[in-house]
Design a protein around this ligand. Structure first.
Ligand code: NAP
Length: 345
């Protein structure tokens, strides 16, 4: 029987092990497609899953990582619309084809096996084709899956962003830089915050952000945002959570949208903002984001391909065990701007 290389995560927690093993190559049913994985994009979620602090169900001995891109090498007999040689990505949640995700039990690389492996069988319904003319690398395609859809959902999943509006992104990680690329292409004015002046300089030079704020040297960063947008910011991609949402609500415009995406910064109990009061006072829309549906992924792919946008791959590592370890370590260090990836090409 043919075999392939797979990573499995065990002992989730500070002493977890991420081990490469050889397993039988997956076979497919008539509704499935076999994909040779060529590019993988890591997410902050992969770190917290390994550390054992992810607050949702995880399968024992899971194949980690949600974001994979590859080439179709076998197609089930009942599958239509996909052919051998097509380039594809699989949606983050295998069951969330449209609308709101209904459970926490079908996310790749968590409750079900993910893509840190050479071959994966997917139901055809979960795959999105990337046109060959898009000239994207496999790691860039993979980067559309989690942070791409999350940022798209934040900007278009409910009240859509309009050209000329102002969008603020917290930090320079995958969600923020992807959102920045999408919002700029849609004609928005963009503001980004970071703990690092050198990262802000890089984001200005490489991604053309309009305004930057260092949230370490300006702990009251909301006041700085209001100097840039005196009537308030229209959209905020909230990565901090309880530790930052108070300031987000101070600088959001009346009727603006705060997309609650990350919980990176926990406020002390005595510093908890009065979210209900601030939301009411600003007539704000505060919306929790759970990545997004395949429908949103299709919309994102259409936009990115039509506009020739490039997903922000910062650094790419190999598939060998020491390289995968380095990729996780680089993401954990927080030194990246944009996405950290693994290539199997
Ligand atoms: N809800 C969802 O569907 C969803 C989807 C994807 C991601 N997420 C979550 O969203 C968050 C960001 O994900 P990611 O993939 O972009 O992570 P990432 O690439 O690891 O980036 C995290 C960045 O957050 C910034 N940060 C840390 N503390 C901050 C603070 N006090 N204020 C502003 N920024 C701060 C840092 O930027 P600087 O180094 O520039 O300071 C850091 O680089 C994570 O919590 C992740 O779990 C949620």
């Amino acid at each position: 029987m043919a075999s392939h290389l797979v990573y499995r995560l065990s002992n989730r927690g500070p002493n977890h092990t991420l081990k490469q093993v050889s397993e039988p190559k997956p076979t497919i049913s008539k509704h499935e497609v076999l994909v040779k994985i060529e590019g993988i994009s890591l997410n902050y979620r992969d770190i917290v899953i390994a550390n054992g602090t992810y607050p949702f169900p995880i399968k024992e001995n899971v194949v980690p990582c949600s974001d994979g891109a590859g080439e179709v090498i076998e197609v089930g007999s009942s599958v239509e619309g996909l052919e051998i040689g097509d380039h594809v990505i699989a949606n983050f949640d295998a069951m969330n084809l449209y609308g709101q995700q209904k459970t926490w039990t079908h996310g790749h690389g968590g409750p079900i096996d993910g893509v840190l492996r050479e071959y994966a069988a997917f139901p055809a319904s979960v795959l999105v084709k990337i046109p060959k003319e898009a000239k994207m690398s496999f790691t860039q395609m993979a980067s559309l899956v989690c942070t791409g859809v999350t940022a798209w959902n934040a900007l278009y999943g409910n009240v859509p962003l309009k050209p000329g509006q102002t969008v603020l992104f917290q930090g320079t990680g995958g969600v923020s830089i992807t959102g920045l690329i999408l919002a700029k292409a849609a004609g928005a004015t963009t503001i980004i915050t970071s703990s690092s002046d050198s990262k802000l300089a890089l984001v200005k030079e490489k991604y053309g952000v309009d305004h930057t704020i260092n949230y370490k040297t300006h702990p009251n960063w909301a006041a700085e945002a209001l100097k840039i947008a005196p009537t308030g910011v229209d959209f905020i991609l909230e990565n901090g959570g309880s530790g930052t949402i108070g300031q987000s609500l101070e600088c959001i415009t009346l009727g603006g949208v705060i997309a609650v995406i990350g919980l990176l910064v926990q406020a002390k109990q005595e510093d908890m903002p009065d979210v209900a009061g601030l939301v009411l006072g600003h007539g704000a829309i505060v919306r929790g984001i759970t990545v997004g549906s395949k429908q949103l992924l299709e919309e994102l792919v259409r936009f990115v391909v039509a506009r020739g946008l490039e997903m922000p791959v910062d650094k790419t590592f190999g598939f060998e065990p020491e390289e995968v370890e380095k990729a996780y370590e680089y993401l954990r260090s927080g030194s990246h701007v944009g996405k950290v990836c693994i290539s199997l090409e």
